[in-house]
Structure formats: C-alpha cells, structure tokens
Design a protein around this ligand. Structure first.
Ligand code: ADP
Ligand code: RBF
Ligand code: MG
Length: 146
C-alpha cells in the first residue's frame, strides 16, 4: 500500500471515549524509526471498551498526569506493518516534550476515527501516511483546554 492510496473518511464518535493508563515501554520503534514517538498504555484494563471500537487510527486529545489536553493521533491495533502479535494502544501527542514521560498517567480522549491500519510498501510510506493523519487531525480537533 502507498501513502497516496490511503482512504480517510473521518467520522466523529457519538461520544468521546476515555482510555487511561500508565505509560509503558513499547517496541521502541515510534521515535527512532518513524520520527513519531507514541506513548503506549497497557490494554488489559480496556478490553471491554476495545470490543466497541474497531482497530485503526483515531484523532482526539491526551493528557499527561495533570497537564492540559493536547491534540493527539491515536493508534489502536496490531500495527500490521510490523506484524505485531499483541494489540497496542498508542498516542502521539502533537506537542513537543523536553523529556520522556514513561511511568506518567496518560489519559487518551478518543474523539473520531480517521482510517484503518495498513501494511505499507515501505517505512517512508508509513511515515508519509502518519504525516497526513496529523494534518487531517489538526483540522478536526477542537481543543478543550482544561
Ligand atoms: P515505545 O515503543 O517505548 O513506546 P517510542 O519510540 O514510541 O517508544 O517513544 C515513546 C515515548 O516517547 C513515550 O512513552 C514518551 O515517554 C516519549 N514522548 C516524547 N514526546 C512524545 C510525544 N509528543 N508523544 C508521545 N510520546 C512522546
Ligand atoms: N502501524 C501500522 O502498522 N500501520 C499503520 O497504518 C499505522 N498508522 C499509524 C498512524 C498513526 C497516526 C500512528 C501514531 C501510528 C500508526 N501506526 C501504524 C503504529 C506504528 O506502527 C507504531 O506507533 C510504531 O510501530 C511504534 O510502536
Ligand atoms: Mg510507542
């Protein structure tokens, strides 16, 4: 799949969904390989919520400990590009952080669906697709600062 072939038909969820957890280590790929660090939280507490949510790429907001809500893009699923055998919940926050925040409490507010997950032709295509997701999300997220 090429980045240019990605179909996005964003739809807002009827109700914002909250997913909360302590930031854990993932496979360490986001920042290094994709220029897109993603804060991962354990999925175990959210199995029931995930039953109601298809896997895919979402937009919304995220809060780190008691910070304001920042815009975010969220990946929920199997990362088919890397053939993970475990589902992950990951948020890339659209804000520069001076330091990593492993161990912090992350609250993810899922507001809308952007697209399905894909396996791409190359890492460059995945990076381009993520870049396009971020641009789309920036236009859709109406920030609530509290
Ligand atoms: P991992 O596989 O361990 O999740 P990543 O390369 O995806 O590794 O990096 C994620 C970590 O980067 C997060 O847990 C967080 O501590 C840090 N981080 C720094 N800036 C951001 C950001 N803007 N959004 C998400 N995580 C960030
Ligand atoms: N992983 C995939 O395998 N396929 C995708 O289409 C995909 N899209 C993503 C879009 C966004 C906005 C983000 C933040 C992540 C996406 N990922 C996707 C997950 C990515 O592979 C994962 O964050 C890294 O491998 C680090 O764990
Ligand atoms: Mg990550």
């Amino acid at each position: 799949m090429l980045a240019s072939e990605v179909k996005r038909e964003p739809r807002q969820l009827d109700k914002e969904l909250q997913l909360e957890g302590i930031v854990i280590r993932g496979f360490g790929r986001g920042g290094k390989q994709l220029d897109c660090p993603t804060a991962n939280i354990p999925i175990e507490a959210h199995e029931a919520t995930l039953q109601t949510l298809s896997t895919g790429i979402y937009y919304g907001e995220a809060r780190v400990d008691s910070s304001v809500r920042y815009p975010a893009v969220i990946s929920i699923g199997w990362n088919p590009h890397f053939q993970n055998d475990k589902k992950t919940i990951e948020a890339h926050i659209l804000q520069k952080f001076r330091e990593d925040f492993y161990g912090s409490k992350l609250t993810i507010y899922v507001q809308g669906f952007l697209r399905d997950e894909h396996k791409f032709h190359s890492i460059e295509d995945l990076k381009q697709a993520i870049h396009d997701d971020i641009a789309t999300a920036r236009n859709l997220i109406v920030p609530v600062h509290y």
